[in-house]
Design a protein around this ligand. Structure first.
Ligand code: HGY
Ligand code: MN
Ligand code: MN
Length: 415
């Protein structure tokens, strides 16, 4: 039996669900702040689960709090064709990062439910816990444990900057499920996401056929100097940790500029101690991350960063600790799934082009265990991780239509 090709998703319903979900954690500037494992995250999960049940799916939760909405197929023995994304956001997040992929999956369930189409393989929609890594680092914890990259106990022991452990926060919102996390076959995985960059919009393309994701390295840096009196300590006798951090931040940016146009270099978090205007800072915590599609370039950036940070700390008389907390390798997607996305875009007549993902996504971990690809749609001015993040309803609908077509195609191929 071959996949039906005439099913049409309901773009207005997709938009309405996105706007409804965006109310949970809505900010004054029109964005969303819904940090992972908070009550707002719980509310969003509950809303998603209720909608999926209303669309005829069964809902289960695994030990990492990953939520799976499942629609049975003709052959329950076949591994599911899965889609999904995340509903946790950045502190200054937008309405679409992550939420779009989850709502697009829900729209696929709703479309199949109302048309009564029965697929050969089961269909599943996943909400992966803590994709962003904003509250608990590293990122992509739920999909990382599901695919065997991270150890569950180690991840559950990770704490946020207030000392709250991931496992305790998961228990507190009632999403510490009983299902083992991972260890089961996935026939294929597709993820819809806004591009979060300017390429598709600039090229006038509706669909990005994502061929893979770039490499990343995340670090936590501690600089230890000595607190001292701002009025009495001569300049040459200071061991000013914040001065060291300032020079490191500028050096990190310089490394990014030196490896342009593809490199990315960011210092996102800085905590200075004791935060008193008339005490020379004695201790600073800093986060650093580098990204590049080419692992060899990223390795050069890593080496330069470590050598330069040691030089800066030495010049000021600071103790330096650089911990690399995450190395995410450059990851290609699966040719068959990329082809399914490209074919669907072509058949529907959507302008499309191949693209590499600059951002990390759960799909890049699922690619370790299942044939996987992603579908990007443009976002305004390529802006994301910002409350003004926006996307056009017609582009979001087009991406969702491609998702349905690509999943259906694979749901009849996967054995
Ligand atoms: O950081 C990332 O690339 C993703 O948006 N969490
Ligand atoms: Mn995302
Ligand atoms: Mn994000």
């Amino acid at each position: 039996m071959s996949a039906p090709t005439n099913l049409t998703i309901n773009g207005a319903r997709l938009w309405e669900s996105l706007m409804e979900l965006a109310k949970i954690g809505a900010t004054e500037k029109g964005g969303v702040c819904r940090l992972t494992l908070t009550d707002l995250d719980k509310k969003a999960r509950d809303l998603f689960a209720g909608w999926c049940k209303a669309a005829g799916a069964t809902v289960s939760v695994d030990r990492m709090g990953n939520v799976f909405a499942r629609r049975e197929g003709r052959d329950p023995a076949r591994p599911p064709v899965m889609t999904g994304s995340h509903i946790d956001t950045q502190p200054t997040g937008g309405k679409f990062d992550g939420a779009y992929g989850v709502m697009a999956g829900l729209e696929v369930l709703r479309t199949l439910h109302e048309t009564g189409v029965e697929t050969d393989a089961p269909i599943e929609v996943a909400v992966w816990t803590n994709e962003e890594g904003a509250r608990f680092a590293p990122a992509m914890m739920g999909s990382g444990v599901f695919t065997g990259i991270f150890n569950e106990d180690e991840i559950k022991a990770k704490t946020d900057r207030d000392g709250v452990a991931f496992g305790d926060a998961l228990e507190k919102i009632g999403y510490a499920g009983s299902l083992p996390c991972g260890g089961r076959k996935v026939g294929a995985f597709f993820e819809c996401h806004i591009e979060q960059g300017p390429i598709l919009e600039a090229a006038g393309k509706t669909i990005g056929v994502v061929t893979g994701g770039q490499a990343q390295r995340w670090y936590e840096v501690d600089l230890i100097g000595a607190e001292s009196h701002a009025g009495t300590t001569p300049m040459e006798r200071r061991r000013d940790a914040l001065l060291g951090a300032a020079r490191i931040i500028d050096m990190v940016n310089h490394i990014g500029l030196t490896h342009m146009p593809l490199a990315r270099a960011t210092c996102g978090v800085i905590e200075s101690h004791p935060q008193s205007r008339n005490t020379v800072p004695g201790r600073v915590f800093l986060t650093v991350e580098f990204r590049h599609p080419d692992e060899a370039e990223l390795s050069i950036m890593d080496k330069t960063f470590r050598a330069q940070a040691a030089r800066i700390a030495g010049e000021i008389g600071l103790a330096l600790d650089v911990k690399e907390i995450w190395h995410f390798p450059a990851t290609p997607f699966h040719a068959d799934c990329i082809a399914a996305v490209r074919e669907a875009a072509k058949t529907r007549g959507y302008p499309h082009r191949d693209i590499i993902s600059g951002a990390g996504h759960d799909a890049l971990y699922l690619a370790r265990v299942a044939p996987t690809a992603m579908i990007f749609v443009p976002c305004a001015d390529g802006i994301s991780h910002n409350e003004i993040e926006s996307a056009k309803p017609e582009d979001l609908a087009a991406g969702c239509q491609v998702l349905l077509d690509a999943m259906l195609r694979r749901a009849y191929e996967v054995k």
